[in-house]
Design a protein around this ligand. Structure first.
Ligand code: NTF
Length: 818
């Protein structure tokens, strides 16, 4: 099953688009114009399938999941759409014949960076899998004018540059103004009796915006299914009739105009961190309200009884960010649809399911009731009533136990606790890796688990092999297909068939040759984009992910400093040449990027070590260059403090591309090692139980390590003696202090960097020993690929469907098939 592709027709279509869009011929058009024209030609292929899919859904009145997320880190669409339409190679050929280079064309597309990191990318992988598996699904999110900032490195510092991703237009999206909805903020709630004597609640004197949806196609692989990602834009209610307003309304009109402009302006660039900004709550309610209104309107087109809404719709809440969903749904069901509390609660509690993505305390969303009730007065009343009823329940179940109420109430200490709201009103609560779910059940959400054990379940994350192998690593993808056929594209468990080749020396050579080609590709990228020369024969040791203390990029760079000291002291040290590659965006103000860049500067310019050590910080790490980076990695650094990384998904992308994991027993690393075997990864450091025990005991004493470990002491002293910052020796004093001294409420070495340092250095040694054994390494790397099957997001989605969403697969017929 696939798209019937007519090469000449496609070429004509590209030329026609250039003519219609720009009045240009192929020779006259610039690269961006070619990208646009090619995209419109691809969109044309998508369109018939998109129409057919939506028709089928309507006709079969399917049960649908709505994936509610503040973030969708989609990356580039063109290449992925061609891959999933199964016309990538055909189009490449057609363009070749036109004298056009597909790689160059793909490079013209800005990443759709509507997300921070793992949480947003997971949402994108899930959409890909849902469409590929043929499940009815919508993603609902926000069409931020500015996505994740572009990162430049100047003088070692991160500079944040606005990401004007819509500047040249987004060829794949379609604006759907006919499905716009009003979303109201502020004002007050007026209560009156209707003609039947029932209480009616209306919001008055509010400010509102119009939510306007843009549809983005989500193409399933080779199955004619095209689902929709709806991203909401905000427009003012009354731009066009300002004149008709009397004096009193003028001010309000301007306010509403500003509200519309501000609300979707920018993605908050925080990963695993809650900043508590009013505008963020506005964003949340804005897209939640619009999405629910849309779902209800759609439901009513084919169904008459709103009491059965939950039979057709399930909302998956991607972390607590969209949790206001539960209260907004209650509001609409009661205030607009006329249900009573019990009826509305019955629907809501069968509609909403919550995924927890972190146990980091600073990521927990808690809104001051002052802010919440001022912004969402009616929704707040409903949250209060949910809380009142729940606290009543607690009092019955745990008489006299004030502690339970303190920990479990939805409103406490003047704050609305979003996780508690999601758990109380949701029918499912899931973690994102086995270890993470265990920690939720035994520690973080223990009280809730005791009260509602049936709600809790695990869904270990996954990634889509279509983007991160088929598109990102075409050489390896072709090689795999040559060995085992192409079933792996839609069923990654087939990769296990590669196991019979891991001892075959010819296969090993082929495999390592592909890795080498990918390292050349990355080396070229680094040269062009960062101006650094790296040796493709060196070990590529890579840590790419958001910069965050708990992810411990600091441990990595301190170890690089240590290695450098070793090499200087002993120039004959018998270890392979190594390139340490970093890529990461930081929340503003985190200084570690500067340290990495300064260390890179010193090491890369020291002739004494003869190029045996290089350090590279890849600027502007994002989905599109990630694909190149994963393909080229030898070693995958997954070194978070055990218990802190809920799952990780980069770890899976490295594994799928044949890198060995060097990591802690954290998140999904645990399951990766379980799949690939302990001999094909290197694990080090404290376990999550040990970390949690230390934390409960108030920490440990890093001074003891400082006093007793000369190598660690040397490295730490180099932070404050100007070794890595001649012009300002004080530059890294804060980092030094944070490792050794308590500071107010903050424990010294909060993330156990010094505690794990020796084990980490030993792990590196072990990894290099493995690398020296060429055949052994090739075998381990191949086994990583062969054992990656579990980590497909297809598997994850099948589990969500089976345990939570209960969807049926749909078949879509399109007439142009061959
Ligand atoms: C992230 N959480 C976790 O930090 C990652 O370990 C995990 O892989 C991804 O979610 C996807 O599940 C967050 O970004 C958040 F928002 F919860 F802090």
């Amino acid at each position: 099953m696939g798209v019937k592709f007519d090469k000449d027709e496609f070429k004509k279509s590209v030329a026609d688009n250039l003519k219609v869009l720009y009045r240009k011929t192929v020779d006259e058009a610039d690269k961006q114009q070619i990208f646009q024209a090619v995209s419109y030609s691809v969109k044309d292929i998508i369109m018939d399938r998109w129409l057919a899919t939506q028709k089928t859904y309507e006709k079969e009145d399917v049960r649908t999941v709505v994936y509610m997320s503040m973030e969708f880190l989609m990356g580039r669409a063109l290449g992925n759409n061609m891959i999933n339409l199964t016309v990538y190679k055909d189009i490449k050929e057609a363009l070749d014949e036109m004298g056009l280079d597909l790689n160059v064309i793909e490079d013209q597309e800005p990443d759709a960076a509507l997300g921070n990191g793992g949480l947003g990318r997971l949402a994108a992988c899930f959409l890909d899998s849902l469409a590929t598996l043929g499940y009815p699904a919508y993603g609902c999110g926000i069409r931020y004018r500015y996505g994740m900032f572009k990162q430049q490195i100047k003088d070692g510092y991160q500079i944040e540059v606005p990401d004007n991703w819509l500047k040249d237009g987004n060829p794949f999206e379609i604006k759907r103004p006919e499905y716009s909805y009003e979303v109201k903020f502020g004002g007050y709630v007026r209560c009156y009796k209707d003609e039947d004597g029932r209480d009616k609640f209306v919001q008055e004197d509010y400010r509102s915006v119009i939510a306007v949806p843009y549809d983005m196609p989500v193409v399933g692989y080779g199955n004619n299914v095209v689902n929709t990602l709806i991203i909401w834009d905000a427009e003012p209610v009354n731009t066009f009739n300002l004149e008709s307003f009397n004096k009193g309304d003028y001010h309000k009109a301007i306010e509403q105009e500003n509200l519309a402009k501000n609300i979707v302006e920018v993605l908050y660039p925080n990963d695993n961190h809650y900043a508590g900004k009013e505008l963020r709550l506005k964003q949340q309610y804005f897209f939640v309200s619009a999405s629910i209104q849309r779902a209800i309107a759609k439901y009513k087109k084919t169904n008459s009884d709103i009491r059965k809404f939950h039979e057709k719709y399930v909302f998956q809440l991607n972390d607590t960010h969209p949790t206001v969903t539960v209260a907004e749904l209650m509001r609409i069901l009661m205030d607009e649809e006329g249900l009573n509390w019990e009826e509305a609660w019955e629907v809501t509690t069968h509609c909403c399911a919550y995924t927890n993505h972190t146990i980091m305390a600073e990521a927990l969303e808690k809104w001051p009731i002052e802010l919440f009730s001022r912004l969402l007065p009616r929704v707040y009343q409903i949250v209060e009533e949910i809380n009142r009823r729940f606290v009543e329940e607690l009092k019955v179940k745990y008489p006299g136990n004030q502690d339970k109420i303190r920990k479990m109430a939805v409103i406490y200490d003047g704050q609305v606790k979003m996780a508690n709201l999601a758990i109380v009103a949701g029918f499912s609560v899931n973690g994102v890796a086995k270890l993470h779910t265990e920690i939720l059940e035994k520690q973080e959400l223990k009280d809730f688990y005791e009260m509602f054990p049936e709600k809790f379940n695990n869904k270990t994350n996954g990634i889509t092999q279509r983007r991160f192998l088929l598109h990102g690593n075409p050489l390896l993808a072709d090689w795999i297909t040559g060995k085992i056929g192409d079933d792996w594209i839609t069923d990654l468990s087939h990769l296990s068939r590669l196991k019979v080749y891991v001892d075959d020396e010819k296969c090993q050579r082929e495999f390592m040759q592909i890795k080498y080609q990918n390292k050349l590709r990355l080396a070229k990228y680094i040269k062009e984009n960062n101006g650094v020369e790296v040796d493709p024969r060196s070990v590529f040791d890579v840590q790419v992910k958001r910069l965050h203390e708990y992810k411990r990029q600091l441990l990595n760079i301190l170890h690089v400093m240590y290695l450098y000291n070793q090499l200087k002291a002993n120039p004959d040290l018998d270890i392979p040449a190594q390139t340490f590659i970093f890529g990461a965006k930081a929340a503003a103000g985190y200084k570690i990027a500067k340290l990495i860049n300064n260390v890179a500067d010193v090491i890369n310019n020291d002739p004494a070590i003869k190029g045996r050590l290089k350090v590279v910080f890849i600027e502007n790490y994002r989905v599109s260059n990630a694909e190149i980076i994963f393909a080229a990695a030898d070693v995958s650094e997954q070194i978070s403090t055990a218990s802190k990384e809920a799952s990780g998904t980069g770890n899976m992308k490295f594994m799928l591309n044949g890198a060995l994991t060097l990591g802690t027993m954290d998140g999904a690393n645990v399951e990766i090692v379980q799949e690939v075997g302990e001999d094909n990864a290197v694990i080090f450091g404290l376990t999550s139980d040990e970390v949690i025990r230390y934390e409960n005991e108030g920490g440990y004493d890093p001074m003891e390590i400082f006093n007793n470990d000369q190598d660690v002491r040397t490295v730490l002293m180099q932070l404050i003696n100007g070794e890595y910052c001649r012009e300002n020796p004080e530059m890294f004093r804060d980092i030094y202090n944070s490792l050794l001294h308590n500071d107010g409420g903050r424990r010294a070495d909060t993330y156990f960097i010094l505690k794990d340092f020796r084990a980490y250095a030993d792990a590196h040694r072990k990894m290099l020993d493995k690398y020296k054994d060429e055949k052994g390494w090739a075998k381990s790397a191949m086994l990583n690929v062969a054992c990656a099957g579990k980590f497909s997001s297809d598997r994850t989605i099948e589990e969500y469907v089976r345990d939570i969403w209960k969807l049926d697969k749909v078949k879509v017929e399109v007439s142009d098939e061959d």
